[in-house]
Write a protein that binds this ligand. Structure first.
Ligand code: G6P
Length: 610
């Protein structure tokens, strides 16, 4: 999704801006641009559809040199991804970059056209540039004009603005789209994500909702939503382990898949006692709140939604707590009946997904008992706005297709299940101690699954020339099948559907032939025999089966049946383990197909607009 970088310094900032954009590439985008107040004393820009490398090449041919600048990667919402629509947008002597969506852009556009402004793009952002230009006529001062401008904007925005008439500063506004100021010595920076600025500073100041900032070389001034001058704490960022570096791996996705034993270990650290989960891992008030919980409502998007689907099986089976799971984009717009004493749980890697955040904000009006976020980013809006938080410790996830965030979310959700069961006394005798022990062994089990890397790579060849696939699972493995099919479609562009295996005969069986591989996850549980019958139904229609099966399940290779044996694991933890070979499978199919694994077409890492 869109990214913003800005800088005001004594040195040329072009390289800083470009490096910042590169560091934001993982978020997904389709054009890039930069505007500088150049040493020639005027505002100049370069924009290109496609990758940042294309912008870089263009700048190598026609360099822009200046000490004040803003840059942007755009993920098209209003208007096609072409140069005309790429940011920065100009109006007179000012330049604007924008993340988010301005909902009243059509009304504003008509008003501004009537005032004589000419539009050169189809974007909602250009409206902001012209409106600000108009306000400058009354207010003269860029910061004051920006304050007047945002009062008329409806929707979500993170904004950065520079002007040739006031080249001593960069001004910014945040509402619904994050912005962070990077503090340097005699120079300061701005970005939509601190990762973009890690090469120039490790001190950051996070803007809050409604904040306006004026950033100069030597000073930063911030006003809150009510216009009062405020101080925002400067935070020193220490985690050096998050380098945006692929290491020995060919893609970030493969690196992140292989990090799973380590990040699962990290997510468990400090959260387990000898034989119990430490409930206060969810915050000091968790025990008191959990004791009152009689229902759970989970809301999330994409991969995080699939984690929620798995949790439903755990919460009902282990903790005896009724649970509903819904995608945020549906939940936020329907009339919801809230059962008494329901805990509202959001799951999100980024903590900035627009639909999930909006669902949380709506939920606050609906009478939920309280809110809990399972999230990977400590400084995210979701974390800040929730009553309780469990941070997953996946570290920065760069690959657009989520992998390690998912497995750490599952670990967090199992900790939640056990905590709720513990506090409410609903767990069966011995269950918690057994699962705590199994969780401790989980990183080793995940390592064993990763050792199957080359076996899965071989199996991937069966998919390279296929256009459709089916993923089957039963019980808590059904959401694992959903996640497997999502991974495959995201990065290999092969159409993939997931079905609970028992539903096969109610429709999808009609599609099965030898051109449609059927992937199945088959742990050794009470549903195994039923699953085997479902697989017979597939074989009888000539379908090719690829079965990831427990080594004790007694399944063997045969005509059209490829069995990949998985290490034996406690059934409760099997969704986490069986996710690994499905991630590897998608990865290797995508590599064979030659797609852009880390930045698949049309997708964004963090969807901060509706
Ligand atoms: C996007 C990403 C997915 C992710 C989803 C939810 O669609 O491409 O990988 O699962 O957003 O994101 P979140 O940050 O809320 O988990």
């Amino acid at each position: 999704m869109c990214g913003i970088v800005g800088a005001v310094a004594e040195r040329n900032v072009t390289a800083i801006l470009l490096e910042g954009l590169k560091r934001l590439e993982y978020r997904g985008y389709d054009s890039a641009g930069v505007a500088l107040f150049t040493n020639a004393g005027k505002l100049e820009r370069m924009r290109r559809p496609g990758k940042v490398s294309e912008l870089e090449q263009a700048l190598a041919g026609e360099p822009l040199v200046g000490r004040l600048g803003i840059a942007h990667t755009r993920w098209a919402t209003h208007g096609a991804p072409c140069e005309r629509n790429a940011h920065p947008h100009f109006s007179g002597d000012l330049a604007v970059v924008h993340n988010g969506i301005i909902e009243n852009h059509e009304v504003l556009r008509e008003q501004l056209k009537a005032l004589g402004y000419v539009f050169t793009s189809d974007t909602d952002t250009e409206v902001i540039a012209h409106l600000l230009n108009h306000k400058l006529k009354d207010h003269n001062d860029l910061t004051v004009a920006l304050k007047a401008t945002v009062k008329e904007l409806h929707g979500a925005y993170g904004l950065a603005v520079i002007s040739a008439s006031q080249p001593d500063r960069l001004v910014a506004a945040r509402s619904g789209s994050p912005l962070v100021i990077g503090l340097g010595l005699g120079e300061n920076f701005l970005a939509s994500d601190q990762l973009a600025l890690r090469q120039v500073t490790d001190r950051f100041m996070y803007l809050e909702e409604g904040d306006i900032a004026e950033i100069r070389r030597e000073s930063v001034q911030i006003w809150d939503v009510d216009g009062r001058t405020v101080e925002r704490e400067a935070v020193q960022y220490r985690d050096g382990a998050e380098a945006a570096d692929k290491g020995e791996f060919r893609h970030f996705m493969l690196k992140e898949i292989h990090e799973q034993p380590a990040v699962v270990q990290r997510t468990l650290e400090g959260r387990l006692s000898q034989n119990q989960v430490l409930v206060n891992a969810f915050g000091p008030q968790a025990a008191e709140l959990f004791a009152k919980v009689r229902n759970v409502q989970i809301v999330a998007c994409g991969t995080s939604y699939h984690a929620g689907m798995v949790a439903r099986y755990w919460l009902e089976e282990l903790a005896g707590i009724p649970c509903q799971v819904e995608v945020a984009s549906e939940f936020r717009y329907r009339k919801v009946v809230v059962q008494p004493d329901t805990l509202f749980v959001t799951i999100s890697q980024s903590g900035e997904t627009a639909d999930t955040l909006a669902a949380l904000r709506n939920a606050k009006e609906l009478g939920f008992l309280g809110s809990l976020a399972i999230c990977n980013v400590s400084i995210s809006s979701l974390v800040r706005e929730s009553d309780l938080t469990l941070l997953t410790q996946a570290g920065r996830e760069i690959g657009v297709a989520s992998t390690k965030a998912f497995t750490t979310q599952l670990v967090g959700l199992l900790l939640l299940t056990l905590s709720l069961g513990q506090v409410r006394g609903t767990l069966a005798e011995g269950v918690e101690a057994t699962l705590v022990e199994e969780l401790r062994r989980l990183p080793t089990r995940l390592g064993e699954a990763l050792a199957m890397d080359s076996t899965v790579e071989k199996v991937a060849e069966l998919f390279a020339d296929k256009n459709h696939t089916l993923f089957l699972g039963r019980g808590a493995q059904y959401p694992v099948a959903m996640e497997g099919s999502l991974k495959l479609k995201e990065i290999s562009y092969i159409h993939a559907e997931a079905y609970p295996a028992g539903e096969l005969k109610h429709g999808p069986l009609a599609l099965v032939d030898d051109d449609m591989p059927v992937v199945t996850v088959a742990p050794n549980n009470e549903l195994l025999e039923k699953l085997k019958s479902n697989l017979q139904e597939v074989r009888a229609r000539g379908g090719q089966l690829i079965v990831f099966a427990d080594e004790k399940a007694g399944m063997t290779n045969g005509e059209g049946t490829h069995v990949i044996n998985m290490p034996h694991i406690h059934d409760t933890l099997s969704p986490i383990l069986y996710t690994i070979p499905l991630q590897l499978l998608s990865y290797y199919v995508a590599v064979l197909k030659g797609t852009d694994v880390d930045q698949p077409r049309n997708l964004a890492k963090s969807v901060t607009v509706e």
